[in-house]
Each structure stands twice: as C-alpha cells, then as structure tokens.
Write a protein that binds this ligand. Structure first.
Ligand code: URA
Length: 211
C-alpha cells in the first residue's frame, strides 16, 4: 500500500477552513467538493488510458482516451457522498457503486448495511471516496470487499488520515495494489476515535446530525 499526501498551498488553505468549527454546512460541502477535485487530480495520475487516432482541424494525430472497463467510483455512505461530485467532475464517464458502512462508536468497528456494486470488478480501477481515514476499519473492509469482486487497482481518496489508520491499512492490505491519497496525515486519534486536530464528524458537518 502506498500513501500520498498532497502538498499544495490551495489544498492546505481549503483544508484549514474545513477544519474551522465556525465553517457552516453549505461552505463545508462546497470546500470539500473543491478539495476532492484537487485530490482527484493527483489520485487519477495512474488512470488507465489507451491511444486513440483523431484529426485536428490541421492534421491527423494520436491522443489518448480512458480505457475500458471504465473506472468505478465508490463513495462510502454517508459522508463519502459529499465527495462524489468532486470526483465525477474529473471522471465524468466513470460508473458509480455504493457502499453503506457504519462505525460502531463504542467498538469503532465497521459493518456494511448496503452494497450496490457490480459483482465482477475484474480489471477495473476503483476510486473509493471516504473523507476520514481514522481507525482504518471502514476502508479496510471496503477495499477487501472490492478486491473480493476482482478489483485489481484501488485508490482511496480521503480528506484526512490518521497514522493509526494508515498502519492498520498497511498491515491488513500488505502487498495489495492500493494507494491512499489525502490532504493531510494528522497527529493521531483521540480516545473517541476522532482524528486530531481533524475536523470533527465529517458526515454531521456536511449534512447535520439527523442521520
Ligand atoms: N469519522 C469522522 O467523521 N471524523 C473523525 O474524526 C473520525 C472518523
């Protein structure tokens, strides 16, 4: 497993406003969306392409297009939904699958409550979007599910990551073709499993605490 922390002043600037507890939900959603697009630019660096012949108004030439099968984007519900549009802006022809996962706040373990994805992901590049890589439990379970369906190249895009979660992923997915792209590797987790300094509960900050 590889991790890539995107080091860019615009990413740092947007992330600082996201972290600020005074930032309201509409602004939080807009900034998360913008941040994902910047992460997606980095995260799709290895997206598969193939040559294509075209004609410009001046001359025939060879360019590239995205390969088939098309990439699959998988938001992890609920908070991953807030990252979907930003991802699809860069990969508009990607298909979308959904994984509903919930974290037990006492045991911090993840369980799946809904799955809508193709059963065969052979030869597909998959982009999982989940804002917070905290304990790593949710992402490990999600990526194992994708690989059990044949995915052979998985990139996880996370707004923030904690070193504890990265360690768990490195242990559980050792040698697997998995990459994590994030805007910050934070200090660590607190006793409630929240990332420090973090940004709080990403789902609540996007959508409120009703869900
Ligand atoms: N999930 C969140 O929404 N925030 C954290 O800090 C950790 C997990």
């Amino acid at each position: 497993m590889r991790i890539h922390v995107v080091d860019h002043p615009l990413v740092a600037h947007k992330l600082t406003t996201l972290r600020d507890k005074r930032t309201d939900s509409p602004t939080f959603r807009r900034l998360a969306d913008e941040l994902v697009t910047l992460l997606a630019y980095e995260g799709t660096r290895d997206v598969r392409i193939e040559p294509v012949d075209i004609e410009t108004p001046v001359t025939p030439t060879t360019g590239v297009k995205l390969s088939h099968p098309r990439p699959l984007v998988v938001p992890i519900l609920r908070a991953g939904l807030g990252m979907l549009d930003g991802m699809m802006r860069l990969l508009p022809t990607a298909e979308v699958g959904f994984l509903g996962m919930v974290r037990d706040e006492e045991t911090l373990t993840a369980s799946t409550y809904s799955t809508r994805m193709p059963s065969d992901l052979s030869g597909r590049q998959v982009y999982v979007v989940d804002p917070m890589l905290a304990t790593g439990g949710t992402l490990v379970a999600a990526i194992k599910e994708l690989m059990s369906r044949g995915a052979d190249d998985v990139t996880a895009l996370c707004l923030l990551a904690a070193p504890e979660g990265v360690k768990v992923m490195e242990r559980e997915l050792a040698g697997a073709p998995v990459r994590v792209v994030t805007s910050s590797l934070d200090e660590g987790l607190n006793e409630n499993g929240y990332i420090v300094p973090g940004l709080g509960d990403a789902g609540d900050r996007m959508y409120g605490s009703a869900g």
